[in-house]
Design a protein around this ligand. Sequence first.
Ligand code: XIL
Length: 410
Amino acid sequence: MVASHGEELRDIHQEDGTREIFVDACHVPSYARSARAELQSVAPRMIQSPRLFEDDLLPGIVAIVLLVSLISCHVSGPRTKGPLRNAATTRHIKLGTAASALHLGDPTYTRILGSEFAQLEPENEMKFARVHPERTRYDFRSADALVSLAGAHGMAVRGHTLVWHRQVPPWVSTGNFSPAELSRILQDHVATVMQHYAGRVYAWDVVNEAFHDNGTMRNTVWYDQPGAGYAGMGTRYIEQALRWAHAADPKAKLFYNDHGAEVMNQKSDAIYAMAQDFMQRGVPLDGIGFQAHIDLAYDTPRTLSSFAENLERFANLGLELHITELDIRLHDGSPASLAAQAKLYAEIGKMCVQQPACKVLQTWGFTDRYSWIPRYYPQMGWALLWDAEYRKKPAYFGLLTALEEQSKGF
Ligand code: XIL
């Protein structure tokens, strides 16, 4: 069972095998058109292959959906932006959400995604196992579909994630590579993925979850099992990954992202020490991502002020702060729980508004219909802003009010 996510997580596949792609073609920028061409060029495989892999369905469907949405655009006109996105933009905060290409065939999903959010982060589609399933093969189709959709709606894209111990493909984890080989593999991966998205992905979680909760380095394939050549050297491999990332796309903002480091504790102390060291030595680190997968226990004055204090110390290093994966899981969907959740969403929204370095407030999905929480935290759910039937929850209005009422920077 799962008390907090991380090493204890069970490996659950979310893919349900069915998929369609919906891309709003009201405004299809040139890169979306080239992604479509790229997808169409692989379409013949759908006919040849006796087995339909999920991504093999993409090309034809994307083409059809682009056409249908282009026609519907002419009928309905371009979509306007929703209140939540507008309120956050007014506060100079990018309101983001994780999104999954699996649901792009659900028109309500894409309508809310494209109108209420100013930023999209692929929930799984840019992870190592998904974009780099074999040593000599990269597969960007699902991630490209999300990036195209974001472009069509004027949304920024945040990349997630290049160096992580989870969702690593078997060819890496069981490849018996030497540290020197792993180093080459990782550098090639970072460069290839970042260069593919250069100019389209403005910020990357370069390294994700590299620390244990007690602040020591997590033992991973990239660090010391066997590691990419810097085993026993603390944060040195993180530094190396940031340097590779900077070389691959010098314009991208580079982030270290973690969970359980929102408040002052051993893990956030370790991340702070690393960040301070990197800033002093000119290692290319632009910001810290605070995942914020939380529950109602967070809503105490002590915890919230510890969160604010922690943000402040990182801000004082000159770093940009992103709340990257916010969700507030509940044990039930009772009115009382939903009201308490709304209050806590408002508190977190207020905290970001009041901290000038907090530039992104992003939820990990937006509808309870597709949240990862019930699969990872048994008996829990109801974590997001829209319910499973796409009704706006009290949490939506709580966050909206917080964004509308607070003024930035104090
Ligand atoms: C989760 C996804 O939401 C799930 O669909 C997937 O099965 C596992 O990963 N921290 C992270 C995210 O950085 O990448 C994780 O996303 C949630 C925890």
